[in-house]
Structures are given as structure tokens and as C-alpha cells.
Write a protein that binds this ligand. Structure first.
Ligand SMILES: Cc1cc2nc3c(=O)[nH]c(=O)nc-3n(C[C@H](O)[C@H](O)[C@H](O)COP(=O)(O)OP(=O)(O)OC[C@H]3O[C@@H](n4cnc5c(N)ncnc54)[C@H](O)[C@@H]3O)c2cc1C
Length: 437
């Protein structure tokens, strides 16, 4: 009987169990986690913070499902792997033997390093414990400062506003999330934040966090301003949790390097999810993809391969439906223009493939809240940002992921004022119908 060991109870780890069980009903599965709350929806944390959902909603699987998957849960932190002996070793030196191992240790928030960063009241949004801490600390009428970019900064901002706090937002450059959004999209988001009473400080960086009796009382900016506050929310990016891999003689670059089968540089050891650095056929580079969907997809493929199957993981273009300042937004494929100066490392819920500068022309329409931006390549669509009305979202996902040849509508898409939603949905329906015949 094969003994499977999985380090990490996130999206990738649980999917791997599903993958293994689809091939092997008998093997022994051990799931190891250092998160006291086990498996829950991390994208759902933002909604728990705003009070839109309760904690129970974050747990997508019933007890019965877990029972059916038949695995043993161990709550401990793994320190290293001995690939020669096929053993993992925890912080206390306890060992567990494996036949097949998956590293699905995810990623974690980058911490501030400026003076005062250890004061009580400096908070991040990374896991369920963090949400509980923020909720304990947030007080109606008190002030908060949020530092950072990407989706997580907005989630913290919205959570603090929902708790009735007066919120300041520090943006290092001249606009929000400039590496993924274009200027109009940034301004739409900023406008909505301002409507919620958030004060945005552009070209502003924190230099020191000020404290009294171990608690945050304010922040001094590099520009010389002092803003009194009781809480500081930090969202300056994430980095993969590669410590275990580094201690274990595995090939590590920015993430844990894997081949097309999600296999690492050591026999019988796989990696999946935020920690894995996977090949991206669109750019020809090996990249990090810190999104829920890819973590689930990779985990499943890794599970199949651990159970003896030989399945390649082919990375599709990045796809994410999220909420930016209350506005439903879908981001597909390559849409951005490089590094975001607000974010150190990679942004939570982000994808590096969004930031590859696309060799494309932009077609866009609607400058109000419903906005569609397409990145049009020579024969294919490379990416899309869909804000508000989501009716083109699914057709665009398929057109971009299947790399459909859009030559027949390219000129019309690029005509100023073209009805983009109509053009892409009709093209998608016609192509599907033609394929079905
Ligand atoms: C607030 C927030 C909002 C998000 N929003 C979105 C979104 O809108 N869309 C989207 O696509 N993605 C979003 N994400 C990102 C998404 O949640 C991640 O991409 C996904 O969770 C990655 O899954 P994973 O299994 O690779 O890692 P994780 O979910 O990070 O799980 C890793 C697991 O490994 C455990 N672990 C790590 N090291 C060790 C060790 N040494 N020993 C034992 N256990 C260990 C951890 O405790 C954890 O259980 C969001 C994330 C957060 C935090």
C-alpha cells in the first residue's frame, strides 16, 4: 500500500487528495498543516472581514466529504525533508516516512521591515487567524492606515470601512495597481474608495510606525507627515513558503521549481499551488501563479501523478473573478505592464502572467462602471479586464484560453466605438456552433 504525504492543507493539498483518491482508494494519505483552522477558503476571508459571510461559510467541504476522502490530519510544522530516506521531519524532530510526497505549502504575506513594524496593531490579511485579529482590533470611529497594493489592500480597506473606521490609504505612486490596471480602471477603483470615505495619499510611503506602550499610535511618512492611527493594515505582496524546500536539497528559484508533471528535482516529491514555479507556455517562462484556481488544478494533477498516472499540467492563461472596491472584475490573461511599485514581490490573488507586457493593441469601451478592455494580438486575444457587467466574461475566458483565431473580427474590434461585448459574444457563439457541426 502506498503512503502519500501532503504538506499543506490549502487548495492544492486538498485537491491532491481528490486526485489521489480518483486513482487509488486504498493508499494511506497523511495531510500535514501548521494552520490551526485546517482547510478553508482563503478568498472568502475578505467577505468574513466585511461581515458579509460567517465563519462556517468558509469551509466548503462537509464532514462527510472529508470522511469519504479518508486521510489522517496532523497539526504540526514540517522543518525539512530527507529525500534519500524518504522521510519528512517536523520542528520537534519527529519523522514520518513517505512513498510519494507533495509540497503544497502555499505563500505568505511579506512583512514590513520599517522601524515600529513589530508594534501591536500592525496587521496583515493572510489567514483566518489574521481576520480574527483584525476584527478584535477594529473599532468604530478609530483610525487606520493601509499600506500596499493589489487586491488584498482593497480587501483590508473595505473590511475596516465596514467596521466604521476612518481609513487612510497610502499609494506609493500616482495610482492604484498600475502594473495590472490601466489608468481609467485605477481611477474607477480610487473613485469608489473615496466615495466610501477613504482618504487616498498618493506618492506616500511609511517611514516609521509610531507606538506607545507597545501599541501603534501613528505613522510617519517619508514625506514628513505624521498620521495618528490605531491600526495599520499591510498588503505589500506575498512570497512562496519555500523554507522546507530550501532545507531539503530541492531546486528552488523564486518558488519551488517543477517540471511539466509538477515533479521537483528529487524523486517522488511533487509541488503544487502558490509555492510551485510552473512553466507558462504563453510567455515561455517559469512563473509563480498565486491564485486559487491554479492551486486546485495543480494539486489535482500532482495527486494523479503521485498515484502513478502520467499527466502533464498545462498552465492556462490566468483567470480571476474578484471584487475591486465593490465592483465585480474579471481579469483574464496578460493585461498589465510590468512591476507594481506599490507591491513588493507578488500580490495576493495575483498572477505573474497578468504582468507580462502584451504585444497587443487595446480595444476598450464604456468609461463608466461597466468597462471592458481587450488586449488584441495579431490572431488571438491576449487578455481582458471586465469591470461591472460580466456578460462577456465567460465567452472571453473561452476565446482567450482556447486561443481562438479572431482574425475575422479583429478590424471591427479595433474600430473606435465598436460594440465589444456584442462582437465577442456573437463571435464566440458562431465559433462554438461551427465546432459543433
Ligand atoms: C485574503 C486572501 C484573498 C485571496 N483572494 C483570492 C482571489 O480572489 N482569487 C484567487 O484566485 N486567489 C485569491 N487568493 C489566493 C489564494 O487563496 C491562493 O492562491 C491559494 O490559497 C493557494 O493555495 P495553496 O494550497 O497553494 O496554498 P495555501 O492556501 O497558502 O495553503 C498552504 C498550506 O500549507 C501550510 N503550511 C505551509 N508551510 C507549512 C509547514 N512547514 N508545515 C506544515 N504546514 C505548512 C499552511 O498552513 C497552509 O495550510 C487570496 C488569498 C488571500 C489570503
Amino acid at each position: 500500500m502506498t503512503r502519500y504525504v501532503i504538506i499543506g492543507s490549502g487548495a492544492a493539498g486538498i485537491s491532491a487528495i481528490e486526485g489521489i483518491r480518483s486513482r487509488d482508494g486504498k493508499g494511506e494519505i497523511h495531510l500535514i498543516t501548521d494552520d490551526p483552522f485546517g482547510y478553508y477558503s482563503r478568498p472568502g476571508l475578505a467577505y468574513l472581514l466585511t461581515g458579509e459571510v460567517n465563519e462556517a461559510t468558509l469551509y466548503p467541504f462537509s464532514k462527510e466529504t472529508f470522511k469519504r476522502l479518508e486521510f489522517r490530519l496532523h497539526r504540526t510544522q514540517i522543518d525539512r525533508i530527507d529525500p534519500q530516506q524518504h522521510k519528512i521531519i517536523n520542528r520537534e524532530g519527529k519523522e514520518l516516512r513517505y512513498d510519494q510526497l507533495l509540497i503544497a505549502t502555499g505563500s505568505t504575506a511579506v512583512e514590513l521591515t520599517i522601524p515600529g513594524h513589530q508594534l501591536s496593531g500592525v496587521m496583515k490579511l493572510d489567514n483566518l487567524t489574521d481576520v480574527k485579529n483584525i476584527l478584535k482590533r477594529a473599532r468604530r470611529g478609530h483610525s487606520a492606515v493601509v499600506i500596499g497594493g493589489g487586491i488584498t489592500a482593497l480587501e483590508i480597506l473595505e473590511g475596516l470601512v465596514a467596521k466604521g473606521m476612518k481609513v487612510h490609504y497610502f499609494v506609493r505612486g500616482d495610482r492604484y495597481w498600475s502594473n495590472v490596471l490601466d489608468e481609467i480602471e485605477s481611477r474607477i477603483v480610487e473613485h469608489r474608495l473615496k466615495e466610501d470615505g477613504i482618504k487616498i495619499h498618493y506618492f506616500t510611503e511609511a517611514e516609521e510606525i509610531l507606538g506607545r506602550k507597545g501599541k501603534v499610535v501613528g505613522v510617519r511618512t517619508k514625506q514628513g507627515q505624521v498620521i495618528p492611527c490605531d491600526l495599520i493594515g499591510v498588503a505589500i505582496g506575498v512570497h512562496p513558503r519555500i523554507e522546507v524546500a530550501k532545507n531539503s536539497d530541492l531546486t528552488v528559484e523564486r518558488g519551488l521549481v517543477v517540471d511539466d508533471y509538477l515533479h521537483t528535482s528529487q524523486p517522488d516529491i511533487y509541488a503544487a499551488g502558490d509555492v510551485a514555479q510552473v512553466y507558462d507556455p504563453l510567455t515561455g517562462k517559469s512563473i509563480l501563479d498565486t491564485l486559487w484556481g491554479p492551486a486546485r488544478a495543480q494539486g489535482y494533477v500532482a495527486g494523479l501523478n503521485m498515484a502513478g498516472y502520467q499527466k502533464k499540467f498545462v498552465k492556462p492563461p490566468a483567470f480571476n473573478v474578484t471584487r475591486l472596491a465593490g465592483l465585480t472584475t474579471t481579469i483574464i490573461g496578460a493585461v498589465g505592464a510590468g512591476r507594481d511599485e506599490d507591491v513588493v514581490g507578488i500580490a495576493r490573488g495575483d498572477s505573474e502572467s497578468w504582468r507580462q507586457t502584451p504585444d497587443a493593441v487595446v480595444a476598450q469601451n464604456n468609461f463608466e462602471v461597466n468597462r471592458l478592455r481587450l488586449l488584441v494580438g495579431w490572431r488571438t486575444l491576449l487578455g481582458a479586464v471586465i469591470m461591472g457587467d460580466q456578460s462577456a466574461s465567460f465567452p472571453l475566458q473561452e476565446i482567450i484560453q482556447l486561443q481562438l483565431d479572431i482574425s475575422s473580427i479583429r478590424d471591427r474590434l479595433l474600430t473606435p466605438g465598436a460594440p465589444l461585448v456584442k462582437l465577442v459574444t456573437e463571435f464566440w457563439k458562431e465559433t462554438l456552433n461551427a465546432g459543433a457541426q
